[in-house]
Design a protein around this ligand. Structure first.
Ligand code: PBG
Length: 337
């Protein structure tokens, strides 16, 4: 009986999956090098590139090596980089004052990259965590039990002006303070930088997936733990509607691009934000998402290249028009082949 069982079906979705060319015709989402923004880590000095142990293949580079990497990325069709400084521990203090230094590492890096590769879009993180001894994204309140929102926003607005003056195309506030997008927009306008864009880390969750990044920039391990959590400013991973409130506020305050972070575990948020705004939507595939694929592949449990590709395809399919990812260069190489 089962050998010659026949269904008289009208709809057979498998008809369009029968051959490779049919599958290509009905494919809905494609990745391209221009989808990616490469996060890059920069250090002071002239040393050779330093590997980040928890992020295989990721390096901290001095400014000269950073410039070379940016040239290579641009040549491969990657349109943008996001720069993150690793600051010498001895330069850090409670208030992260070195973040406002006129000759800071990230400013030197921006100038060098923009000079060498003017066509590359360069963005920088606006937050205090690389500069503070405690690793928080802002300055602490008098009682040292929370981040002081308004004082932090004042500092971040100054920082954005310094970065704009150094030549960044876009600043990316990742601090999650209230009102920072509006304050930064006003500060940039008043300082003569009306064209400097803002990519807002609008829906940034208090995520365990940032662990390897804190290793990469050497920010205090205490932050994000029970000792000193970021839960008073980053979003609760349980909350979807609250993420939409943040996205709406950032849009109203003048964000040019709305970002969701992390990406892979938050595809529902990407989808909802995509539906809620007409601004471009970005997603950040964070360090932990990258490292877990590496770890599983190293154990022989996942196919590295296929998982890498699928993880990014899913983020784009969910609605992200651009993706910050540590896989940017490898993906561009794969896609231009
Ligand atoms: C901090 C910042 C973080 C990341 C980017 N900017 C970490 C944090 O909020 O603690 C994480 C990026 C990643 O994990 O790849 N302003």
């Amino acid at each position: 009986m089962s050998e010659n069982f026949k269904l008289d079906l009208i709809h057979r979705p498998r008809r369009l999956r029968r051959t490779a060319s049919l599958r290509a015709l009905v494919e809905e989402t494609q990745l391209r090098p221009a989808d990616f923004i490469a996060p890059l880590f920069v250090v002071d000095g002239r040393g050779s590139p330093e590997p980040v142990s928890s992020m295989p293949g990721v390096l901290r580079r001095n400014v000269a090596d950073l410039v070379k990497e940016c040239r290579a990325l641009f040549k491969l069709g990657v349109p943008a980089v996001a720069l993150f400084p690793k600051i010498d521990q001895r330069l850090k203090d409670e208030d992260g004052a070195v973040g406002l230094s006129e000759d800071g590492l990230v400013l030197r890096a921006v100038r060098a990259v923009k000079k060498a590769v003017p066509g590359l879009t360069v963005m920088t993180d606006i937050a205090l965590d690389p500069y503070t001894t405690h690793g928080h994204d802002g300055v602490l309140t008098a009682g040292r039990d929370d981040v002081d929102n308004d004082r932090t926003v004042g500092i971040l607005a100054q920082m954005a002006i310094l970065h704009a003056r150094a030549g960044v195309d876009m600043v990316a506030p990742s601090d999650m303070m209230d009102g920072r997008i509006g304050a930064i927009r006003q500060a940039l306008n008043a300082a003569g930088f009306p064209q400097t864009a803002i990519m807002a880390y609008s829906a940034k969750f208090a995520s365990a997936y940032y662990g390897p990044f804190r290793d990469a920039v050497g920010s205090a391990k205490a932050a994000g733990t029970h000792l000193l959590g970021k839960a008073t400013y980053q979003l609760n991973p349980a909350n979807r509607r609250e993420a939409l409130i943040e996205a709406a506020l950032d849009e109203a305050e003048g964000a040019d691009i709305i970002m969701v972070k992390p990406a892979g575990p938050y595809l529902d948020i990407i989808r909802e934000v995509r539906g809620a705004t007409n601004k471009p939507v970005a997603a950040y595939q964070v360090s932990g998402e990258y490292s877990q694929i590496h770890a599983a592949a190293k154990l022989g449990w996942l196919d590295y290249a296929r998982t890498r590709h699928e993880s990014l395809l899913a983020i784009k399919r969910a609605g992200a028009g651009m993706i910050l990812t540590y896989f940017a260069k490898e993906m561009a190489v794969e896609l231009v082949r």
